[in-house]
Design a protein around this ligand. Sequence first.
Ligand SMILES: NC(=O)c1ccc[n+]([C@@H]2O[C@H](COP(=O)([O-])OP(=O)(O)OC[C@H]3O[C@@H](n4cnc5c(N)ncnc54)[C@H](O)[C@@H]3O)[C@@H](O)[C@H]2O)c1
Length: 243
Amino acid sequence: MDLTNQVAVITGGAGGIGSATADLLSERGALVVIADIHLGNAKKVADALVNKGRQAFAMEVNMMSEESVEGLVATVKEKHGRIDVLVNNAGVLSAEPMLDLAVEQWDRVMDINLRGTFLCSKAAMRVMVEQKSGKIVNIASMAGQLGGLKVSPDYTASKAGIISLGKAFARYGAAYGVNVNNVAPGLIETDMTRGRGDDPASVPLGRLGTAEDVAKAVYFLASPLSDYITGTTIDVNGGLLMR
Ligand SMILES: NC(=O)c1ccc[n+]([C@@H]2O[C@H](COP(=O)([O-])OP(=O)(O)OC[C@H]3O[C@@H](n4cnc5c(N)ncnc54)[C@H](O)[C@@H]3O)[C@@H](O)[C@H]2O)c1
């Protein structure tokens, strides 16, 4: 499925899953905006894609700031005219022992992962409602479905919240031709998890996931292949959680 002439915004686009998603969506023809708190890293990802002949732009965003998120959406709309795809991918991990988890850490993780997803979905939904089309894909986590294997409750709750938030936005967007879905990755090898000692043998498919494995599910949900799918969660976990 071709995404030519489509504008896709990927938050956390400089990271493992974000950059793999930017690569796949731009390879399918989309203009991609790589939005990240680390502008230098986002520029590196965008430059690499431009060198492959793709349309890619880097932008700075801090998901903790409503002003910054609103600014991202407004700038993309102004520069590129539309937003067809939003991938809410920016996120931070938290793995504090349960009883040591400080409220400041809880707030930070909830603000970036859950509140940030809400802010960006709301801002992009306004544009998509006006267009009467759009796809929002949220990167949740298997941790949000089963309470977390190696992560703390701020992370699991933020990801469970994203799954519910996605359904709420899906209900709202349905009347306007906007589909909203979630992807729940399992154990994926990126900077977030590298060195954690995740055991490939624990996964029924016998290996840890790659960022590209997740990107393929995002692409499906961002493309017309999924036009009749909304409010659902696709598990990309190698069979670790079957439901
Ligand atoms: N790697 C895994 O095993 C795994 C599993 C389940 C879910 N996820 C989720 O996938 C998403 C991507 O994770 P990843 O594995 O690619 O990790 P990553 O650390 O490589 O990427 C995360 C990106 O988010 C950016 N970011 C962090 N805080 C931000 C903020 N305040 N504003 C804007 N950008 C910010 C980082 O700079 C980074 O580029 C995250 O939401 C993560 O929770 C990852």
